[in-house]
Design a protein around this ligand. Structure first.
Ligand SMILES: Cc1cc2nc3c(=O)[nH]c(=O)nc-3n(C[C@H](O)[C@H](O)[C@H](O)COP(=O)(O)O)c2cc1C
Length: 297
């Protein structure tokens, strides 16, 4: 059992927001999903105050080592989520973490207040990869904007608040420290990195959103570096993610300082990979470390 901000979890592997649709998975796998739920907690896709359509297609570009997505955060909005999704997610056998995002402090405050009152919600995750309408910059690229937002919403809910950092900041560790200083109970990283692909024939942008977020194995070394950097600056628990495909990748992030590991892109290939990765992690930990001869050290 793992203690994460006072929440007891079966193992260290959870999903990355937006990469595992528990409601669709239950339709596909039936009640067996509840018996063999692949993650020790379920993180929702980002919920915004108002419903969003998301970006025009195409929304995905496959890479040799992952993908670029420009999904654009389509969702039912707060009211739709509370009415339609929350009653279904209540039936999951694991803790529910709701990921929220707003374009102003007030929007984020309304979301945090509303989900703070829901008994079925164990914790909140605040997605900072969102443009602040006042500055045009993502909230998460600057320590001061992050601190201001976190300090504003922290008192509004009596639940653990995880701040999800953007890797597109010049100093993610400074942003993490600012979030911690303003009252975040945990930080999670990394979100996707901005990337682009060109249409093979027209040579214009392939994605409907022009650019998108790069995820999958391609970003694993960046995730490892940022998790290690953040771990050296904060004392709050860290949820590490970025390109995890196997137990060994999860172990790397844990050894770099993460308390939990989230799996994103790999779930598109293997929806129940969370259980496999948790199992591999246990097996790896049971193994003695390889003795490295002093000549190759
Ligand atoms: C298709 C897709 C949708 C995503 N949607 C969200 C989202 O709604 N909110 C969020 O905070 N992160 C979102 N992410 C980012 C993931 O949660 C994760 O941070 C990122 O993909 C890195 O992990 P991975 O390399 O294992 O995929 C999304 C990623 C993908 C690939």
């Amino acid at each position: 059992m793992i203690d994460f901000c006072g929440i007891r979890l079966e193992h260290e592997v959870i999903n990355g927001s937006g990469t595992f649709d528990a409601i669709a998975a239950r339709r596909a796998f039936g009640d067996e999903l509840l018996e063999r739920f692949p993650f020790s907690a379920f993180v929702s896709k980002t919920v915004t105050l108002e419903p969003r359509q998301g970006n025009p297609p195409p929304r995905l570009w496959e890479l040799g080592a992952g993908m670029i997505n420009s999904i654009g955060l389509p969702n039912k909005g707060l009211r739709g989520y509370l009415a339609e999704d929350l009653p279904k997610l209540r039936e999951l056998p694991v803790a529910l973490i709701v990921n929220v995002m707003g374009f102003t402090r007030e929007e984020v405050a309304a979301l945090v207040r509303a989900f703070g009152e829901c008994d079925e919600v164990a914790a909140l995750e605040l997605n900072l990869s969102c443009p602040n309408v006042k500055t045009g910059l993502d909230f998460g690229v600057e320590p001061s904007a992050t601190a201001g937002l976190v300090a504003h919403v922290r008192p509004l809910a009596d639940k653990p608040l995880i701040v999800k950092l953007t890797p597109n900041a010049s100093d993610p560790a400074a942003v993490a420290a600012a979030a911690e200083g303003a009252g975040a109970d945990a930080v999670s990283l990394i979100n996707t990195l901005r990337g682009m692909a060109l249409h093979p024939h027209t040579r214009g942008p392939w994605l409907g959103g022009r650019t998108g977020g790069v995820s999958g194995p391609a970003i694993r070394p960046i995730a490892l570096a940022q998790v290690a950097q953040v771990a050296s600056r904060v004392r709050v628990p860290i949820v590490g993610m970025g390109g995890v495909q196997r137990g060994a990748d999860a172990l790397d992030l844990l050894e770099a300082g993460a308390t939990l590991v989230a799996v994103g892109t790999e779930s598109f290939r293997e929806p129940l990979c969370g259980s496999r990765i948790a199992r591999e992690l246990t097996q790896l930990r049971g193994k003695p470390r390889l003795e490295v001869p002093s000549t190759v050290r």
